[in-house]
Design a protein around this ligand. Structure first.
Ligand SMILES: [Zn+2]
Length: 108
């Protein structure tokens, strides 16, 4: 298993102010948003240590939180590799502007 460095500020945002992103991700699935937020807040309480998750929690993390934390597509006519860099994710969520670095530079 590879270690994933979770951006705790980003996770904190997604579990609170940005919970609508989790709600949107969960829509059409069996999971409840609060289940996913629960896994997120557990991780926040434990420094993002994934090893502490139960198998069920880990499955929930992999399915819903991991894509929101690590695999967010650039919504521009992408000049980059189609993914938003991790250091730009929180800003993207906050501004509701999902663009990678190269697309931001192209717009500027
Ligand atoms: Zn882009």
């Amino acid at each position: 298993m590879t270690t994933m460095e979770i951006d705790l500020d980003l996770l904190d945002y997604l579990c609170h102010k940005g919970a609508h992103h989790i709600e949107a991700a969960v829509q059409g699935h069996q999971h409840l948003p609060r289940t996913v937020v629960g896994v997120g807040t557990f991780l926040l309480d434990h420094d993002g240590n994934l090893d502490l998750l139960t198998a069920k929690q880990r499955a929930t993390f992999d399915k819903f939180l991991k894509p929101l934390l690590f695999d967010v597509p650039c919504q521009g006519f992408c000049h980059g590799d189609g993914r938003i860099e991790s250091e730009l994710l929180l800003k993207s969520y906050r501004d509701d502007e999902f663009l990678c670095r190269r697309c931001r530079q192209a717009v500027a």
